[in-house]
Structure formats: structure tokens, C-alpha cells
Ligand binder design. Structure first.
Ligand code: HEC
Ligand code: HEC
Ligand code: HEC
Length: 127
């Protein structure tokens, strides 16, 4: 079942990217930093737009149960290792795997959870 969802997500991706690729970059990047910095890691930068043009909203906000409010989700590495949240895709198959700590933990120290960058999306390592 899990792999069916993965496959469905990937197939849908191709269509969405070409159809809506030119729309405006709403929601920019999201900072996730409930526990990361307190545990000695840099804050996580999640490029929302980058993902929105590749996947349907439903994949994350329904199937993965990411609440649609910046800062609302309490995510842990254990969850990700069990294939939840970011871990559904960042498993070394659909997208690069969890061993690439710095690609997610790329924020400057001190960033608060929430939206960053207005309508700009800069991706990892720029904030
Ligand atoms: C790959 C996963 C993913 C996809 C696809 C996705 N989102 Fe999100 N979205 C997130 C995450 C993660 C957050 C931040 C949650 C947090 O900070 O706890 C978020 C946050 C949001 C927010 C909150 C913004 C705010 O100001 O608080 C809205 C609204 C939202 N998404 C709408 C959408 C819509 C509409 C789509 C489809 C066009 C979409 N999302 C697709 C993962 C995704
Ligand atoms: C695909 C993205 C991603 C990757 C790759 C990743 N993390 Fe995380 N990590 C997160 C998210 C999201 C959180 C929750 C952020 C928050 O709200 O504090 C988190 C939280 C953490 C935390 C806080 C405590 C906990 O256990 O949840 C630590 C420590 C951590 N990560 C270490 C690592 C290390 C070490 C690596 C590499 C081996 C890594 N992370 C790779 C996304 C990632
Ligand atoms: C529905 C699948 C999916 C989910 C869920 C998901 N990602 Fe991704 N993510 C991808 C794909 C696919 C790529 C592109 C991978 C590639 O280029 O090889 C990507 C790329 C990225 C990038 C690199 C963006 C760039 O500019 O190159 C970052 C950073 C990232 N994800 C962080 C996260 C974090 C943090 C989460 C959880 C909050 C998350 N992702 C959840 C599928 C997902």
C-alpha cells in the first residue's frame, strides 16, 4: 500500500509540473525548528513551492497529515525513519535519503518556525 502511494505520487508529479509550473511562487520556504536546534542541528528549511509544483497538495496535507499551518507540525527524525512526513519520499528512492542531513538542516541558527522569504523560494542553504 505504501509503495502504491509512492508510485501514484510520482506518476502524478510529471503532469502537475508541466501544467502548473509557471504559476506564482506562493508560500515560499517554511522553517521547521521545534526540536532541531535545541538538539544541536540547524533549523530545517522546507522549500514549499519546489514541492508544490511536483506533488498534489493532498499527498502531504491529507495522506501524510501535514497540517496546513506553518509551525503546526511536530516532526521527529523517528517519524521520518518510519516513512512518515518527509520520510515518505526522502528514502533514497523517490528523493535523496535521510543521510543527507545538511540538505534539510540548512537554516541559519536562530530561525523561528514559520514562513520565510515572502514569495521568494531560495531552497536549501540560502537562509
Ligand atoms: C511535499 C509536501 C507538501 C505538498 C505537496 C504541499 N505542501 Fe503545503 N505544506 C507542507 C509543509 C511541510 C508545510 C509546513 C508545515 C509546518 O510548518 O509545520 C506546509 C504548509 C502549508 C500552508 C501553511 C502556510 C502558512 O502560511 O501557514 C498552506 C496554506 C499550504 N501548505 C498549502 C498547500 C497547497 C495549497 C498545496 C498544493 C498546491 C500544498 N500545500 C502542497 C507540505 C506540503
Ligand atoms: C528530509 C529532510 C531531513 C533530513 C535529510 C534530515 N532531517 Fe533531521 N529533521 C527533519 C525535520 C523536518 C525535523 C523536525 C524539525 C523541527 O521542527 O524541529 C528534524 C529534526 C531533527 C532533530 C531533532 C530531534 C529529533 O530526533 O527529531 C535532530 C537531532 C535531527 N533532525 C538530526 C538529523 C541528522 C543527524 C540527520 C542526518 C543523519 C538528519 N536529521 C537528516 C528533517 C530532516
Ligand atoms: C511527496 C514527496 C516528498 C515529501 C513528503 C517531501 N519531499 Fe522534499 N523532495 C521531494 C523530491 C522528489 C525532491 C527532488 C529530489 C531530487 O531532485 O532528487 C525533493 C527535494 C527536496 C529538497 C531540495 C530542494 C532543491 O532546491 O533542490 C529539500 C531541501 C527537501 N526536499 C526537503 C524536504 C523536507 C524538509 C520535507 C518534509 C518537511 C520534504 N522535503 C518532504 C519529495 C518530497
Amino acid at each position: 500500500m505504501q509503495s502504491f502511494f509512492k508510485l501514484a505520487a510520482v506518476i502524478f508529479t510529471a503532469g502537475i509540473a508541466t501544467t502548473f509550473g509557471a504559476a506564482t511562487a506562493e508560500y515560499a520556504d517554511v522553517v521547521l525548528n521545534h526540536n532541531a536546534e535545541a538538539s544541536g542541528e540547524r533549523p530545517v528549511i522546507f522549500p514549499h513551492w519546489f514541492h508544490r509544483i511536483r506533488f498534489r497538495c493532498k499527498v502531504c496535507h491529507h495522506e501524510l497529515a501535514f497540517e496546513m499551518r506553518a509551525g503546526a507540525n511536530e516532526v521527529t527524525m523517528n517519524d521520518l525513519q518510519e516513512g512518515k512526513f518527509c520520510g515518505m519520499c526522502h528514502d533514497g528512492q523517490i528523493a535523496w535519503g535521510l543521510e543527507n542531513c545538511g540538505l534539510c538542516h540548512s537554516g541559519r541558527p536562530g530561525l523561528k518556525p514559520g514562513i520565510i522569504g515572502d514569495h521568494k523560494t531560495l531552497g536549501p542553504g540560502r537562509w
